[in-house]
Design a protein around this ligand. Structure first.
Ligand SMILES: Cc1ncc(COP(=O)(O)O)c(C=O)c1O
Length: 396
């Protein structure tokens, strides 16, 4: 049996993490792994989460099953967070999911039942795990061009030109904010152009919202989803609580859908429950229950929003300081895009040889596509980092 299995592919980011841990050089820098880090390089449990966990420990009196779609109050709180607290929720439904990844997968399975012949269009580049997740749900994938490395902007005209060739009924996977890996987001005008095309060509929007609160703010980062929901008849959204609530290992997220009408939404939600039941039966409870407490208690909610805002501002400040350090060292404005981009990631124009040299000669760890984790930038070491980058790029 097992001898017939293909060799597993090494995960590039996990391999990089292992190499970083094994590196004994004192000033090593990890810009690779995609988790938020504070100025001490730690990913602490947020204070509001700790308080909610304490309450949960004291008040929980059963571990009985909840349901395939999870806790209804958690889902309602997530709908309010993503679609807005005043949204008309009559056509919106949600299921608690196993992180954002779980939401992506069960929504993909659901859409496969609805439109078995559809293909999924994914941005080039995208979060690498989008591809295996969608393939595992049985899809063949198509790419649409997204990022212009020379300008740090979205290739909106090329993106629209390619998507206009999609066949009616196809699904378009879009990053709701803080595009991973590029940090380049669509403007409101560009979102409207994308939505015009989706409507004209009868394409189905599938939005991945993994970084709400990391870009322009918690409400601002949901603007694209809310705009889309106000204009399209149907859509799905995969939301993650891994980053903005720091609940990575607890595996919390929400699989959400907007139906054409209430009956459609209710049917789709029921089918989503069946998809989940046939998969892992029920989602884990602890992280979602903790999230529910944080989102529903005014005091904890405010505390969490403040913590999240401080994280966001730290990243914005690091982006500005890093692009300034690069501007000074390179004597050019070609890295200014880093300050303007959003969220936790940006890409540097580095080849494999540059990335190898940064690791071997400077103990700086960056993934193979040049993506850097902005939250991992060293507050006191930006000039040194800029110098190493410009040195390997030959900017002397
Ligand atoms: C774009 C994107 N989508 C979804 C996820 C899923 O996150 P999780 O499953 O940990 O909630 C991630 C995590 O890195 C991501 O970057």
């Amino acid at each position: 049996m097992f001898e017939a299995l293909p060799e597993p592919k090494a995960d590039a980011i996990l391999s990089l993490m292992a190499a970083f841990r094994a590196d004994t050089r004192p000033n090593k820098m990890d810009l690779g792994v995609g988790i938020y880090k504070d100025s001490a390089g730690k990913t602490p449990v947020m204070r509001a989460i700790k308080s909610a966990e304490t309450r949960l420990l004291e008040s929980q009196d059963t571990k009985a099953y909840v349901s395939p779609t999870g806790s209804a109050p958690f889902c309602a709180a997530m709908i309010a967070q993503v679609f807005g607290k005043d949204a008309d929720t009559s056509r919106i439904r949600a299921a608690q999911s196993v992180g954002g990844s779980g939401a992506l997968r069960v929504l993909a399975d659901l859409l496969k039942e609805g439109r078995p012949d559809a293909e999924i269009w994914v941005s080039d580049p995208s979060w690498p795990n989008h591809v295996p997740l969608m393939k595992a749900a049985g899809y063949s994938l198509q790419n649409y061009p997204y990022y212009d490395a020379a300008t740090g902007q979205v290739r909106i005209d090329d993106m629209l030109a390619t998507l206009s060739k999609a066949k009616s009924g196809d699904i378009v996977l879009l990053h709701g904010c803080c595009h991973n890996p590029t940090g380049a987001d669509l403007s409101t005008d560009e979102w409207n152009r994308v939505i015009d095309l989706l409507l004209e060509k009868d394409l189905f929007p599938f939005v991945d919202l993994a970084y709400q609160g990391f870009g322009d703010g918690l409400e601002e980062d949901a603007a694209a989803v809310r705009l889309m929901a106000s204009r399209v008849p149907e859509m799905v959204v995969a939301a993650s609580c891994s980053k903005n609530l720091g609940l990575y290992r607890e595996r919390v997220g929400a699989a959400m859908l907007l139906g054409k009408n209430e009956a459609d939404a209710t049917r789709a939600h029921g089918r989503l429950g069946s998809v989940i039941r046939a998969n892992y039966s029920m989602p884990p409870d602890h992280g979602a229950n903790t999230t529910e407490i944080v989102l529903s208690d005014d005091g904890l909610n405010n505390e969490w929003r403040e913590e999240l805002e401080a994280m966001r501002q730290r990243m914005v400040g690091l982006r500005q300081a890093f692009s300034e350090a690069l501007r000074k060292r390179s004597n050019s404005d070609r890295f200014d895009y880093i300050a303007a981009q959003k969220g936790m990631f940006s890409r540097l124009p580095l080849s494999t040889a540059h990335i190898d040299s940064l690791r071997e000669d400077h103990a700086i760890y960056i993934v193979g596509d040049g993506r850097i984790n902005v939250a991992g930038l060293p507050e006191g070491g930006l000039d040194k980092l800029a110098d190493a980058i410009c040195t390997v790029l030959g900017d002397d």
